[in-house]
Design a protein around this ligand. Structure first.
Ligand SMILES: Nc1ncnc2c1ncn2[C@@H]1O[C@H](COP(=O)(O)OP(=O)(O)O)[C@@H](O)[C@H]1O
Ligand SMILES: CC(=O)N[C@@H](CCC(=O)OP(=O)(O)O)C(=O)O
Length: 289
């Protein structure tokens, strides 16, 4: 709701000024989780408004997206049963086709179109385009699942320089040309490090990292390596949150100064994180692991 107090409204705008200056011309990588895109409380339009505003005030946003729930949904309609090992999808040839269809056929164009509707120039691509994300298979058990071992930023860097917002689906490519399914959190982390991003923001469907998963009051405002490892060891961080915090730590230790996990289902949480003094979500702090 917009406050009716004109002083408060003006103050909010003034408060944004140092942040707009600080991040002017800086690359900010934003990772959209599939849960954010499918959650009833969120709106792709609001997310697109925030990113379009970032671009309008001179920031250089780059979007990486996943689409786990959308892949599950399509697999279900096609009679395939998804299975996961440590939060990663077991991907045989048939499942890889589903991953491609969901990410490149549905999720990616939806984001690009929403940005276009907000007047922002956006181009959709995947890690296979222009050999952006070179990957190799993690294990034979996981099938066509990869981890990124080299990022060739060329095409993304050129788009960014031209003022265009790249919207990147989390597929990688092997040297021989085989597509691989890459976890979108680790993809976003690798791209943010390679681009020298000033910030990486993971938009997910929870307020941030919780010390107790069922207790929303246990939000950890700042999480460091040791604490995160302890929480994983004690079973307090589970499922898809494990690759997410691992990716966040990797980015932080790879030189991305600010890495945040925030709730993308809260309207305009991205702008609150970027442009106000109010801290939202969890900030991940690196160090030696
Ligand atoms: N300690 C924790 N704190 C917060 N969320 C957690 C934790 N452990 C597990 N989770 C789960 O991780 C989920 C987010 O991961 P995931 O579903 O992969 O998100 P996304 O689709 O945004 O990548 C949360 O919805 C939550 O259920
Ligand atoms: C290997 C692997 O698990 N890949 C993920 C890619 C999509 C993804 O990461 O989507 P979210 O961001 O919505 O979780 C998958 O197939 O679900």
């Amino acid at each position: 709701m917009i406050t009716s107090d004109p002083h408060l409204r003006a103050r909010t705008l003034v408060e944004a000024l140092p942040y707009i200056r600080r991040f002017h011309d800086e690359i900010i990588v934003i990772k959209y989780g599939g849960n954010v895109l499918s959650d009833a409380g969120s709106s792709l339009t609001e997310l697109a408004e925030d990113v379009a505003l970032m671009r309008s005030v001179g920031m250089r946003p780059v979007i990486v997206h996943g689409g786990g729930p959308q892949i599950d949904d399509l697999a279900d309609r096609l009679g395939l049963v998804p299975s996961f090992v440590d939060g990663l999808r077991v991907t045989d040839a048939a499942m890889l086709e589903v991953v491609r269809m969901a990410l490149l056929g549905t999720v990616n164009p939806a984001i690009v179109t929403a940005l276009g509707c907000q007047g922002a120039a956006a181009v959709g691509l995947s890690g296979a385009d222009s050999s952006l994300a070179m990957a190799s298979r993690i294990s034979t058990d996981l099938g066509f699942v990869g981890s990124i071992n080299r990022v060739q930023t060329g095409v993304v860097a050129e788009l960014v320089q031209a003022g265009v917002i790249p919207v990147v689906a989390s597929l990688g490519v092997e040297t021989g040309g085989q597509l691989l399914n890459v976890n979108a959190d680790s993809f976003a982390s690798a791209l943010a490090v390679a681009l020298g991003a000033a910030k990486l923001i993971f938009l997910t469907n929870i307020s941030g990292l919780l010390a107790e998963i069922d207790d929303s009051d246990s939000l950890i405002a700042q999480a460091a390596v040791d604490q995160v490892q302890g929480l994983i060891d004690n079973g307090k961080i589970r499922g898809g949150m494990i690759p997410k915090v691992t990716a966040a730590l990797d980015a932080s230790m790879g030189g991305v100064e600010r890495v945040h996990l925030i709730d993308g289902t809260v309207p305009h949480s991205l702008l609150l994180e970027l442009l106000t003094d109010e801290g939202v979500g969890t900030m991940i702090v690196g160090g030696s692991r």
